[in-house]
Design a protein around this ligand. Structure first.
Ligand SMILES: [Zn+2]
Length: 107
């Protein structure tokens, strides 16, 4: 009981002055990060909202999710750490997805 009480008292202080913590799929953040630049190499693919969402969905379905706990200010430093590890897989998944959508754009 004593232990439980302390946790309840400490919790508000621990989060005070900090950004809210978020659970994010790193792959989703990365796909948003890489896609705009990558699309410049594919001038023929449709970039309407529906096609962009299709590209993201196809790419994310082919990538293993990788969840990270971040505060808002921290997202980008985590991205840097992990970019090298996953960059090749993410770019390949996005290019495959762009090719699928460019052959069959959203109606
Ligand atoms: Zn489209």
């Amino acid at each position: 009981m004593e232990r439980g009480k302390r946790v309840i008292q400490l919790a508000p202080n621990m989060t005070e002055g900090r950004d809210t913590l978020e659970l994010r799929n790193y792959m989703e953040i990365s796909v948003d990060h890489y896609l705009p630049n990558l699309l410049r190499a594919f001038p023929d693919v449709c970039t309407c909202e529906h096609c962009l969402m299709d590209i993201k969905a196809i790419a994310l379905n082919s990538l293993k999710p990788h969840y990270v706990v971040t505060s808002k200010g921290e997202v980008y430093s985590k991205l840097d750490e992990m970019n090298l590890q996953y960059e090749t897989d993410i770019l390949k998944a996005l290019i495959d997805a762009i090719n699928v959508v460019s052959k069959k754009p959203a109606p």
